[in-house]
Design a protein around this ligand. Structure first.
Ligand code: WTA
Length: 653
């Protein structure tokens, strides 16, 4: 059993029974975990063959390992050939062609539409035809900059059908951020929409796209889906309406055959240094991993209505709205709105209306909704819910308990799923019918995942303890490289602990092998489930004229999990003006996106630096966390007096 005073929660009866899951007990989990660890080849080859539709079946499982990763990416099923869209669509036409594939809940409650597997297949074939008529070819990159409309998923699958590589850019990103990504991946086609719609407000996607592409010669075409009918700018010859291209298109019935390790998509994510990097996921391993984890972790059953309310602009949307669920023939919901529109009962109202059985969201939303009181939840029928998931950041036990007691009324199990953009899919998590849960704990590694906790000397900790979370062997869903920069991939993930993939997270493990991921131990912030590097913030903040230097750290935030605290040093003689923070936030919004916001800003005489000029972030962090008494030794600072000023002027919410 777990640590003394453990608070294990048994799997509720209705989750435990009647499941087709290969893993319905801890014994079954252990057996699968050992099998995947000892013989990943056989384990994953079997799963890949059973789950995917192959044009040419693979004969091998894993090729390569972490020790040789600098020489080239690892590979799974390397001699296999397939088209991912056939696994997600064509293979379901006979057994479940009339089953709803995508259930779209639009911004206004009750509005939306549903697409059966047959209808989705037709639209994807048409969209692939439209892209082909714009000259899109296998291997070419296509940027998708859209809101939560079914056409975003259709566009992704249409790229996959042509063997083109999509890169979805979250619709909240600014023109600058979009331009960087277009350039980095060398996209020649961008798919967008006139406007997004969220919480009754419009988002000018086409206008932002036009701004991003100003002077960009590389982009041949912009395909624009009409969502609101707003008037938008138009560049003749470049811009094409989605509906016109679709009506003229010749459907691509015959999908382009890809090698298992051809790239499927690129997704940009923040790291502790430099610009966002484009993580590259490949075809068959990614799909096997998302299919396996989606089925087992959430305990998918044929008549489930599955709702993941993330955005397709993030990895959660890729893996658990689109690829995993569709490969599994599930009914997957796409949600255009926000948890609080028109009121804080929206999630539960949509669960009631659609009969949702599996619901997946982020801790930040749970905390925000819990703060609104239970009545918003109780007003709606949640009797069909069976599995409740969370992802994106550590969930505090109070929020976990509220989700369990109030939303799930003790009848549902909670799967606290730990994973990352880089891991492609869920890595550490309860498996719904099998794993007793524990508030705040992500619990056990999935088959295929072999965690190691490293101590301060870089040695694996044996038994219970706390350290840096690494994964010690390759799994099918891992990102293979950073687009165009394999060296950066190796340096970022494999250099800190040679022979291991380093996650950047800290983690605790108890006597039963349960894991609690404590959060990032590098300079990456996780604000309301969005990853942003402190270096990204700092680079943008110093572009404000009055500011000479900036140091950004996170601090505990009651709703967002982490808030953003910026220490700024003014230029000599600069007058900051009455609202420097608003100015800073305008710049952050323009350069990064609407989700990048400084919560607290403090003007300081200097940053605490060592004599060699390195900023001692530990000091900035402690003050931001409201623990100035825990600063530790500051004697190595070049100018210890700045610390007094920093402590004296500390801000709080
Ligand atoms: C954090 C999101 C604790 C973690 C899928 C990780 C979590 C980062 C959890 C990845 C969890 C995600 N418990 N922390 N259940 N899930 N994280 O790439 O710090 O947007 O490294 O992927 O989120 O964020 P990303």
């Amino acid at each position: 059993m777990t640590e003394a005073g453990n608070d294990l929660v048994a799997v509720p009866e209705r989750v435990r029974t009647g499941s087709p899951n290969p893993i319905t007990s801890l014994d079954a989990w252990r057996e699968a975990w050992i099998a995947a660890k000892d013989d990943p080849d056989a384990f994953w080859l079997r799963e890949a063959k059973a789950r995917l539709h192959w044009r040419r079946e693979p004969s091998e499982g894993l090729r390569g390992g972490f020790h040789e990763i600098a020489d080239g990416p690892i590979a799974f099923f390397a001699d296999g050939e397939l088209n991912v869209s056939e696994s997600c669509l064509d293979q379901h036409l006979a057994p479940r062609g009339d089953k709803v594939a995508i259930l779209w809940e639009a911004d206004e409650p009750g509005e939306g539409r549903s697409l059966t597997y047959r209808a989705l297949h037709q639209e994807v074939c048409r969209a692939a035809g439209a892209l082909r008529s714009l000259g899109v070819q296998k291997g070419e990159r296509v940027i998708i900059y859209m809101g939560m409309v079914p056409e975003a998923a259709i566009a992704m699958l249409a790229c996959a059908r042509l063997g083109a590589v999509h890169s979805v850019v979250f619709g909240g990103f600014s023109a600058e951020a979009l331009r960087d990504r277009v350039r980095d991946c060398g996209a020649e086609v961008v798919i967008t929409q006139d406007e997004g719609l969220r919480g009754g407000r419009t988002i000018p996607l086409k206008a932002t796209c036009d701004e991003a592409l100003l002077g960009e010669q590389g982009v041949r075409h912009v395909l624009c889906f009409q969502r609101t009918g707003a008037h938008v700018g138009w560049t003749a010859g470049r811009d094409v309406w989605w509906h016109e291209a679709m009506s003229e298109a010749t459907p691509v019935e015959d999908a382009v055959v890809c090698a298992a390790e051809d790239p499927l998509f690129i997704l940009y994510t923040s790291g502790s240094t430099g610009r966002p990097k484009g993580l590259c996921h490949t075809q068959a391993g990614y799909l096997t991993w998302t299919s396996w984890t989606h089925q087992t972790v959430f305990d998918l059953r044929e008549d489930d209505v599955y709702a993941c309310v993330a955005d397709v602009g993030w990895i959660t949307g890729h893996s658990y709205i689109v690829y995993g669920p569709l490969c599994n023939g599930a009914t997957t919901l796409m949600f255009e709105s926000t948890p609080s529109y028109p009121d804080a009962g929206r999630y539960w109202e949509l669960c009631a209306r659609h009969g949702v059985t599996i619901f997946y969201t982020a801790p930040t939303a749970i905390r925000a909704l819990a703060a609104q009181g239970d009545a918003f939840v109780q007003a709606h029928d949640r009797s069909r819910l069976r599995v409740l998931g969370t992802v994106g950041e550590p969930i505090n036990p109070e929020a976990w308990q509220w989700y369990f007691d109030v939303v799930g009324e003790g009848r549902c199990t909670i799967v606290d799923t730990w994973w990352q953009t880089e891991t492609g899919g869920i890595c550490i998590t309860p498996i719904a019918p099998a794993t007793p849960t524990r508030p705040g704990w992500a619990t056990l590694p999935n088959p295929g995942i072999v965690p190691a906790l490293m101590d301060e000397h870089g040695r694996p900790i044996v038994g219970p303890g706390e350290g840096r979370l690494c994964l010690s062997q390759p799994w099918p869903g891992m990102a293979r490289t950073v687009w165009g920069d394999h060296e950066r991939y190796v340096a970022t993930y494999f250099a800190t602990f040679p022979g291991y993939y380093f996650t950047g997270d800290g983690c605790r493990r108890d006597g039963a092998g349960y894991h609690l991921v404590t959060g990032r131990v590098d300079d990456v912030l996780n604000v309301a489930g969005h990853r942003i590097g402190t270096a990204e913030f700092e680079a943008v903040i110093v572009t404000v004229e009055a500011i000479a230097e900036a140091g950004v750290v996170g601090f505990p935030h009651p709703v967002k999990g982490q808030g953003v605290y910026a220490y700024v040093v003014l230029q000599p003689g600069a007058e900051p003006g009455p609202d420097l923070q608003a100015l800073v936030n305008n710049v952050c919004r323009a350069q990064i996106g609407a989700h990048a916001k400084v919560d607290l800003l403090q003007i300081v005489p200097g940053l605490p630096k060592t004599r060699s000029g390195k900023v001692m972030r530990r000091i900035l962090r402690k003050v931001a966390e409201g623990q100035p008494e825990a600063l530790g030794d500051v004697s190595t600072l070049a100018d210890p007096s700045v610390v007094e000023a920093i402590v004296a002027g500390a801000k709080s919410l």
